[in-house]
Design a protein around this ligand. Structure first.
Ligand code: ZN
Length: 304
């Protein structure tokens, strides 16, 4: 049975801001996260524990984590790609550690500076630390639909990596359409193959980009097929700085509007989200890609 609840993981403060050339101050990042955590969103990917020399937008993750409000019912995740990152994440007090392996060998080597196998070995090294610290361990298979360097990615390749990550100790696997090339039929196929590979106990979700305008159709397909979570970004902030031409996380409030009117519960106050998107937009020279922030809700008397 398809659950009527979908857990939204807001990735704007990490995936979103990381892709923006303007570096937000710690105070601005804290305000963004605090605004988001008051909207009813249950999960926020708030920070990244990568080398600040490589990703200066994500420097001072510890300071951000120390300054944000921690409302009950909201879980805060941090990205970690190696043992040092995982130790920093544990020390900084995140609820969840997210790890990424790219499904394409070339992209993984360019993005993570390691082969896929080395990334999987790296994952097993951080898994014990994270689990023993009592934190949730989540993994993402990036470029799960296509790669800017290698082209189409086979579903079996994604399933193979997903099951290795599960063997390594994660309780959840996200499949990311990093370059926004997927279509709904691919979403359902990938979901079914990965589900078969990892078993029924593992939470599955998607991280979808709207690069080619299929992000929301893909999210609808994923929701209808039965998933635990969807990543999305406030106002559609951000893309991926390491993937050529990749733009456009799907906007969280647009996703919540669509899911709500399809009969799914997200627990999110969409009005509050729109306000946050409009606030975030003031930091940029160009409009954010979100559409509901421009068009408004329909019917506009319904909130939540
Ligand atoms: Zn993204």
């Amino acid at each position: 049975m398809v659950s009527s609840k979908i857990e939204i993981c807001e990735v704007g403060p990490r995936d979103g801001l990381q892709s923006e050339p303007r570096i937000w101050t710690v105070e601005e990042r804290v305000e963004l996260i605090d605004r988001l955590s008051s909207t009813g969103v249950p999960r926020i990917e708030a920070v990244s524990f990568v080398n600040p020399k490589r990703v200066p937008q994500m420097a001072d993750a510890e300071v951000v984590m120390a300054k944000i409000k921690r409302p009950k019912g909201v879980k805060f995740a941090g990205l970690a790609l190696n043992a040092m990152g995982a130790e920093r994440a544990i020390e900084a007090g995140v609820d969840e550690v997210r790890y990424v392996v790219v499904a394409s060998e070339t992209f993984n080597q360019r993005n993570q500076g390691a082969t896929i196998n080395e990334s999987l070995v790296g994952f097993s090294k951080i898994a014990d630390k994270v689990v023993n610290a009592g934190l949730k361990l989540s993994a993402t298979v990036a470029a799960a639909f296509g790669c800017p360097f290698e082209g189409k990615i086979e579903v079996d390749q994604v399933a193979k990596i997903a099951s290795k990550l599960v063997d390594g100790g994660c309780v959840e696997v996200g499949m990311a359409d990093t370059i926004g090339s997927g279509v709904p039929t691919q979403v359902t196929e990938l979901l079914s193959v990965v589900r078969h590979a990892v078993g029924s106990e593992i939470g599955l979700g998607f991280h979808l980009h709207n690069t080619r305008n299929t992000g929301f159709a893909n999210a609808a397909a994923a929701a209808s097929a039965g998933i635990l979570f969807l990543d999305a970004s406030v106002g559609g902030l951000g893309g991926c700085p390491f993937a050529p031409k990749a733009t456009g996380n799907i906007a969280t409030e647009d996703l919540c509007f669509m899911l709500r009117n399809m009969g799914f519960e997200t627990g999110i106050k969409i009005d509050a989200y729109i306000e946050t998107s409009l606030w975030a937009e003031t930091f940029f020279d160009t409009p954010l890609p979100g559409q509901i922030m421009k068009a408004g809700l329909f019917p506009d008397t319904v909130t939540g």
